[in-house]
Design a protein around this ligand. Structure first.
Ligand code: UDP
Ligand code: MG
Length: 317
């Protein structure tokens, strides 16, 4: 039995050697309890600008269990995970971060969930957001609340990308070829039986997080647009509501004119209403625009990533 460890890495030159040491140590531990288990490690170099690729290459020289895919530029973690799953040869596949925020010590338990308990997948979620700016945690919580209201697909709060799955499940993820990838939604969408393990947040061993607030915001929008069409109906509801209010106002004004005559007033309230309505209109057009832009990108059918080099072809260097 082969276990593939898929590791997306973007500018992780300091973290990769530490990660490698930890994961091989854990592999030894695993081998003690399951004799027939071998591992391979697939690093996906997501267009790193630092020395990550060379670090991976030198690991590959010493240890043939290490394989890699190197992208022509930074395509983002979602694309890196896709490439990793594509190149995995194992019967079981685990995806984990290079920064050791996904503790390898959970592996025996995750493996057990599939091999002994018959789950298709074991995933992890963190129950605390310690070491994260409070404002970021706040927005993250809001995001999960909103998206789960709007989408039929269940998207789990605090779910990490640290997950072990069967080959079959990995193949169904690969069958979803969408260009705008929101992995958390994809896992929810394909189904399968998943065991959830909880653990406390751990800070990364080296380097720093690649997520800026703006990047996270865009990621949240991608998630909503990708797995819900509810925002598209907002314009309809606003429209119906506004028409109703307008009708009441018309009745009110007619009655007022009949009873009191017609004193001309209300210029400022008119301007306020006008501004508010055009604001709402712009907002709704913006929503339609979001969906249109995603549709536009999907119809181009661009590849999810472009590999510059893989370990299978780059041996002569
Ligand atoms: N990562 C990647 N491409 C990117 C950004 C991140 O492959 O464009 C990798 C990164 O190297 C790490 C993992 O994704 O292994 C998680 O990134 P990070 O630790 O920055 O995210 P966080 O843990 O803060 O959510
Ligand atoms: Mg991290």
């Amino acid at each position: 039995m082969l276990l593939t460890v898929v590791v997306p890495a973007f500018n992780e030159q300091e973290a990769i050697p530490i990660f490698y040491k930890e994961i091989t140590k854990e592999a030894e531990v695993l081998k003690n309890s399951r004799k027939d288990l071998d591992i391979e490690i697939v690093f996906v170099d997501d267009g790193s600008k630092d020395d990550s690729l060379n670090v991976i290459k030198s690991l590959r020289k010493e240890d043939r269990r290490v394989r890699f895919v190197s992208f022509s530029r930074n395509f983002g973690k979602e694309s890196a995970l896709f490439a990793g799953l594509e190149h995995a040869r194992g019967d079981l596949i685990v995806t984990m971060d290079a920064d050791l925020q996904d503790p390898p010590s959970l592996l025996p338990e995750m493996l057990g969930a599939i091999l002994d308990e018959g789950y298709d997948s074991a995933a992890t979620r963190r129950v605390t957001r310690k070491g994260e700016p409070p404002i970021r945690s706040f927005f993250a919580r809001c995001f999960y609340r909103i998206i789960n209201k709007m989408s039929n697909t269940e998207i789990v709060d605090g779910a990490r990308d640290y997950r072990i799955m069967t080959k079959k499940m990995a193949d169904s993820i690969l069958s979803m070829k969408e260009y705008n990838r929101f992995t958390k939604g994809i896992y929810g969408w394909i189904g399968f039986r998943t065991k959830w393990l909880e653990y406390e947040n751990i800070e990364r061993v080296a380097g720093e997080s690649k997520w800026s607030f703006w990047k996270l915001f865009k990621y949240a929008i991608d998630g909503i647009v990708g797995f819900s069409t509810a925002p598209l109906s907002i314009a309809t509801y606003f429209g119906i509501f506004m028409a109703f209010v307008a009708f009441l106002l018309i009745v009110f004004i007619i009655v007022k004119k009949l009873v009191f005559g017609d004193p001309t007033s209300g210029w400022s309230s008119l301007v306020c209403i006008l501004l508010m309505l055009s604001g709402i209109q712009m907002f709704c057009i913006g929503i339609v625009g979001q969906y249109l832009s995603k549709t536009y990108l999907e119809t181009k059918r661009r590849p999810i990533y472009i590999a510059k080099l893989t370990s299978d072809e780059g041996e002569d260097e």
